[in-house]
Ligand binder design. Structure first.
Ligand code: ATP
Length: 290
């Protein structure tokens, strides 16, 4: 049972009136995996995640979360899933420790409150009233609330939107700590560096469909053998060539430079990054694959 996937989605569809926001999505997330859904505004990420959380009903398809259908939010599932809510405003007048302790009491096997506060990076703010927290600290409290029930699976919908760089790094550390604890994480993000830093695998969603899926590094490298070669030529002009045969191009360039007794200044060879692949696949004129 434990090698059954944490999340299984088959031909998931969601219609809002006449608009089909999710048009046949399939993916699986293994236990202990950090999986990212990427894609432009309106692609259908939040709809998908909220169906998995049990907050929205699907139009059709199969969805299994820790072996349960999340529709109707069964109690057996609620205790095992952590959800970082976007608002987190209900505890404005109590301290961080009181809020986390209150939330912990709703779960059958909560984690230690102070340990969770530490894990969320809030040890120094534990006695602050939550309304006095900065935006980044408030978000960390959302993490603490999501973790205190000791969930097996954590949903993070755009966990660092609006964070300053230091708060983002702290949130990344929290996600990594979750992964080290063996938790499964499903996150959505608009930040490709975040996906690259945190996710074992990502799926890029566009217009309600997955257009590609795989480990972030493999998406960048595997999508093309294209290399971009840049150098400054003998006239001081910066040159750029995109090639599938970088070895031959470099041989040609270096031979010519050596023959002139010159250096190839500012030479660089780059492969497509996750960002290049993302932009290519989500560009408006590109039609969907699959
Ligand atoms: N409750 C709703 N009623 C009608 N249409 C909706 C509703 N929720 C979402 N939509 C539409 O469904 C599509 C997908 O929205 P969704 O929020 O899932 O996208 P997203 O990928 O999460 O976008 P973002 O990155 O902007 O959060 C959009 O066109 C959106 O306008």
């Amino acid at each position: 049972m434990s090698d059954a996937p944490a999340i299984l989605v088959r031909d998931l569809r969601k219609r809002y009136g006449t608009h089909e926001a999710v048009r046949g999505i399939d993916f699986e997330v293994a236990r202990g995996e950090v999986f990212g859904l990427l894609g432009p505004n309106g692609a259908g990420k939040t709809t998908t995640v909220e169906i998995l959380e049990g907050y929205r009903a699907r139009s059709s398809g199969i969805v299994s979360v820790l072996g349960h259908d999340p529709g109707g939010r069964p109690r057996a599932l609620r205790d095992r899933v952590g959800i970082v809510l976007q608002s987190g405003g209900m505890y404005r007048h109590v301290t961080v420790r009181e809020a986390v302790a209150h939330w912990a009491a709703m779960y059958p096997h909560p984690r230690d409150v102070d340990e969770v506060i530490e894990l969320a990076g809030l040890a120094e703010s534990a006695d602050k009233r939550t309304r006095q927290l900065s935006g980044g600290q408030a978000r960390r409290m959302d993490f603490a609330l999501a973790l205190v029930g000791d969930p097996e699976l954590v949903f993070l919908d755009e966990p660092t939107t609006g964070f300053d760089p230091a708060a983002r790094r702290a949130a990344w550390d929290t996600v990594r700590a979750l992964a080290e604890l063996g938790k499964t994480v499903l996150l959505t993000t608009h930040y490709l560096d975040e996906a690259q830093a945190l996710c074992d695998r990502v799926a890029i969603v566009k217009d309600g469909r997955i257009v590609t899926e795989g480990p972030p590094s493999a998406l960048g490298v595997g999508s093309a053998s294209r290399h971009t070669v840049t150098w400054r030529d003998e006239h001081g002009e910066l040159q750029t060539r995109v090639t599938d045969a970088p070895t031959a191009l470099l041989h040609q360039l270096t031979s010519a430079a050596l023959a002139r007794g010159d250096e190839l200044r500012e030479l660089s060879v780059t492969r497509p990054s996750l960002e290049d692949v993302y932009l290519e696949l989500t560009a408006e004129e590109v039609t969907d694959v699959g």
